[in-house]
Write a protein of this length. Structure first.
Length: 377
């Protein structure tokens, strides 16, 4: 590895975590692996995490720092410079920033030559003609200092190549899931259903997402309303918050399923919901990958997702779940019905989900892939 004993490695994140997720577990294990090589990792957050979160992350051997890119580029430039000098930082990996950010040139001006850009932001490239040409030019100029780009799906890699970024410098590394936390748990399933009054014949549908437009939570609500009209005994549990929380509550009431929809808010123990559900649903369009799909898979929950973005790379259609036409609530309702109302189908998909999670999406495999990438620099 090009990093030597005492050298510094910085994870620069445009995030402000509030609960521990699979991505945080990856960062924890990556820092632990780097520390074992006598490399000094530091994680830069946009805002201070909660104390219990910070204590847990610090136990990996990483130092934590707080710098906000949004507070001003010059202040960010100065803050990174001081931090990098103190930590002898030689390699930077970023997450959460857009490809057209000024960050890459800020890092280059600070003397950093080994910059790894991790692209995990969702979205569809829709520009055409001269607008697309301008985007390509902008991307090529902005990303010039980046040595390697990692995308979390082949879908994201295709989009970056379309934007003009050099294909040989882009590598796909899937996100990983902590399978010691996200795993089947029959007692937890039973306890959840008892605590929430879910009957043995009721179908528990779950979705977990930040409630904003591109996640399309209305599709899940509408699909459950269609199932309810067909006398399918569905119960919907939604974990997540955001600007669409109140509109979604109002939608469930207007569709007559307010008593069947449960809103959990910013829920930190999502594994318990995934262990309890009969089917997990994600209706995003242009999703980079959908970490929660990996978590559902590791819990043995069959999934229904949009045939869009990176989701088809996660859900093996007909094996671990079903893909439905994007933005089509009737198609989602039909897919949910097929999975949830057939116990044998659900059992088979659950087994195949566990096998796929173990083979392709274990967090320790993701850590090893990143260490190999650093070695190649």
């Amino acid at each position: 590895m090009e990093l030597n004993k005492g050298d510094g490695f910085a994870l620069v994140l445009d995030t402000s975590p509030t609960v521990w997720t699979s991505v945080d577990e990856f960062h924890f294990r990556l820092c632990k692996a780097l520390a074992a090589r006598d490399v000094r990792p530091v994680i830069v957050y946009a805002a201070a995490p909660p104390p219990e979160y910070s204590a847990r992350m610090t136990s990996s051997g990483a130092d934590l720092a707080v710098l906000s890119y949004g507070a001003g580029k010059y202040a960010y430039f100065q803050g990174l410079g001081r931090l990098f000098r103190r930590r002898n930082v030689r390699i930077i990996q970023t997450r959460g920033f857009n490809y057209f950010s000024c960050l890459w040139w800020i890092l280059r001006l600070r003397g950093i030559r080994k910059i790894v850009f991790l692209e995990g932001n969702s979205g569809l490239l829709q520009a055409r003609s001269w607008k697309k040409a301008l985007l390509r030019l902008r991307a090529q100029v902005a990303t010039g200092p980046i040595l390697r780009t990692v995308t979390v799906s082949k879908f994201m890699k295709r989009q970056l190549v379309e934007l003009g970024m050099p294909e040989p410098r882009i590598r796909v590394i899937y996100n990983g899931v902590d399978r010691s936390r996200f795993r089947p748990d029959a007692p937890a399933r039973k306890q959840w259903r008892e605590e929430h009054g879910v009957g043995p014949e009721e179908i528990l549908v779950a979705t977990i997402c930040y409630l904003r437009a591109f996640k399309n939570p209305h599709i899940v609500v509408e699909a459950c309303a269609l199932l309810a009209k067909e006398s399918v005994p569905v119960r919907l549990f939604v974990a997540g918050t955001g600007e669409l929380l109140e509109p979604m509550k109002q939608l469930s009431a207007s569709l007559g399923i307010a008593d069947r929809a449960h809103w959990l808010g910013n829920y930190g123990q999502t594994e318990k919901l995934l262990q309890a559900c009969d089917v997990f649903v994600l209706a995003s369009v242009g999703e980079a990958i959908g970490n929660v799909l990996l978590e559902a898979m590791a819990c043995g929950a069959p999934s229904v997702g949009s045939d869009s973005g990176g989701i088809p790379e996660i859900i093996a259609h007909g094996e671990t779940g079903l893909l439905a036409a994007s933005l089509d609530s009737a198609a989602f309702a039909g897919a949910i019905r097929t999975v949830a109302c057939n116990p044998e189908t659900r059992r088979r998909m659950s087994e195949q989900s566990l096998a796929r999670a173990g083979a392709l999406f274990d967090v320790d495999v993701t850590v090893r892939n990143f260490l190999e990438l650093y070695d190649s620099l």
